[in-house]
Write a protein that binds this ligand. Structure first.
Ligand code: GLN
Length: 512
């Protein structure tokens, strides 16, 4: 047994009992990564640094002095979080030679808690996408039906073989590398970023838990900005408790991010057996959107029924502005992108493409060669929406619509709803050959329908894997809670996890 597919607390228990050393655990994660490289989870693996920090962790355990619940635990970091001395590329040519001199707060806090960083995980360029297919490192692949051997802990037999035609399933995105690293056992947990669903979407497609915390609870300092007013560092784990442990380490104010707030999550521990007695669960009618597959609707009904049966009150609610969230996002995202991306000029860092004519020509050439069409398209659209003659019509209107979307949540909470239960995506993971038939913008319009509004409102949201479909692909449910109710959101997610018996994926070795 190589312990890689177990929980964080299980691994730390072994480390404390000295049944296993941090170094051995790190080696096992590295071997596992080598066995699954075809899934392309990392833009860059950091094996040497990982071995060094695992050795230090081993020494701490020898002395009986681990520094926290993550000491010696292999963790992956999405490659849009700055890591001091380690390249941070955002999956873009623009930052291919960029090595930041400092680490993001989230990364720093994980390192200080003893976590072992095993790699920088793959993403859509700058987080713009929903498939992890648009990266300088090439696409990541889902482990399910990939041809990599795995077992499912279930008495039901699901298909696990690779697809006969050589096609494969996308991981979802944009944090797909983080999701598949955790799903496949190359890391116990991972950090991602969620602006419109980029943690919950890949977590759902890859059968792991993905949390988008309340906006401001986890500092963004060192997360390379996409849409500042919606970006949230998010967390991946193979179970809800692991995600709670990660959150307890990374949450809390950082004065270098003026939008971060103090939090009392540092001692977060979820109840052993959470209860949903008396909980009022809202089912927002408008999330029944066109194109949602029947199996998603069925599992949604099933989980709602289960919660009702076990003591929760389940009520239908209306959130009438949900339908505008994608269109509103398609204006606000480019506007903030246009502003943020003025920093990529080739002057201070990143790519520089000299034209020889003038400084302006150098800027233009650098940006046209360093940024993909998707990124340039968003910059162009944003600058158009922000033109003096357009600002009122587009940007200001979109801000008002955003407020209405946010008010839908306020109204739900003030009508007595504690949590909302919805799907995460319209279907299970999509085949790569299908996915690439539509462009980046249309992909987002389909993929972010159920996840986007939570970012508009800044509320916490989580996906919990609940079932596999007949093709053996994972399906998740999403829970959303009022701002700051991250702990109760996690407790209810744990309740669902304990009641649905999701067939866990494990390596052949770990299943023995
Ligand atoms: N799919 C959305 C986009 O492309 C969301 C991405 C994200 O959450 N980072 O902008």
């Amino acid at each position: 047994m190589n312990h890689l597919m177990g929980s964080i607390s299980g691994a730390t228990a072994h480390l404390k009992q000295k049944a296993l050393s941090s170094y051995e655990l790190c080696e096992a994660a590295i071997r596992r990564h080598e066995a699954i490289t075809k899934l392309n989870p990392f833009i860059m693996s950091t094996h040497k640094l990982a071995q060094e920090s695992a050795s230090r962790s081993t020494e701490r355990y020898k002395k009986g002095k681990p520094i926290g619940p993550l000491d010696g635990i292999p963790i992956a970091i999405k490659d849009n979080f700055c890591t001091a001395g380690i390249p941070t590329t955002c999956g873009s040519k623009m930052l291919q030679n960029y090595t930041p001199p400092y680490s993001a707060t989230v990364v720093q806090r994980l390192i200080e808690a003893g976590a072992v960083i095993v790699g920088k995980s793959n993403l859509d360029e700058f987080g713009m996408g929903s498939g992890t297919i648009d990266s300088t490192a090439g696409p990541s692949r889902n482990i399910y039906r990939s041809g990599i051997n795995y077992k499912l802990q279930s008495t039901v037999r699901y298909p696990t073989s690779g697809l006969a035609d050589g096609d494969w399933y996308v991981t979802g995105g944009s944090s797909g590398g983080s999701a598949v690293a955790v799903a496949a056992g190359a890391a116990f947990g991972a950090v991602g970023s969620d602006t419109g669903g980029s943690v919950r979407n890949p977590a759902s497609y890859c059968g792991v838990v993905g949390l988008k915390p309340s906006y401001g609870i986890v500092p963004r300092y060192g997360l390379i900005s996409l849409v500042n007013s919606m970006d949230v560092p998010g967390l991946f784990g193979r179970n809800v408790d692991d995600v709670a442990t990660l959150l307890s380490v990374v949450a809390g104010e950082d004065l270098r991010d003026s939008t971060s707030v103090p939090s009392n999550l540092q001692n977060l521990q979820l109840p052993e057996v959470p209860s949903i007695e008396g909980l009022v669960v809202g089912i927002p009618r408008e999330y029944h959107s066109a194109g949602m597959s029947q199996e998603v609707v069925d599992i949604w009904t099933k989980v709602a029924g289960l919660m009702k049966e076990q003591g929760a009150q389940v009520r239908e609610v209306s959130m009438p502005h949900t339908q505008y969230s994608i269109i509103c996002y398609s204006i606000l995202n480019p506007c903030e992108v246009a502003s943020n991306f003025t920093r990529y000029t080739g002057v201070e860092y990143g790519l520089r493409n000299e034209s020889g004519h003038s400084m302006e020509a150098m800027y233009a050439l650098t940006r046209s060669t360093g940024l993909s069409e998707v990124v340039r398209g968003r910059i162009l659209a944003g600058n158009y929406f922000l033109l003096r003659e357009n600002k009122e019509r587009y940007f200001n209107q979109a801000l008002k619509v955003r407020r209405l979307i946010s008010q839908d949540f306020e109204q739900a909470w003030s009508s007595g709803i504690d949590l909302l239960l919805t799907p995460v995506t319209l279907s299970t993971a999509i085949r790569y050959s299908e996915f690439v038939k539509t462009d980046n913008r249309s992909q987002a319009a389909d993929q972010d329908i159920c996840t986007q509004s939570a970012n508009m409102a800044g509320v916490p949201a989580i996906n919990v894997p609940v079932a596999l479909n007949l093709d053996g692909l994972p399906l998740s449910m999403q829970l959303m809670a009022p701002w700051g109710h991250d702990a109760s959101l996690l407790s209810t997610a744990k309740w669902i996890e304990q009641h649905v018996n999701f067939p866990r994926l494990c390596t052949i070795e770990d299943c023995k």
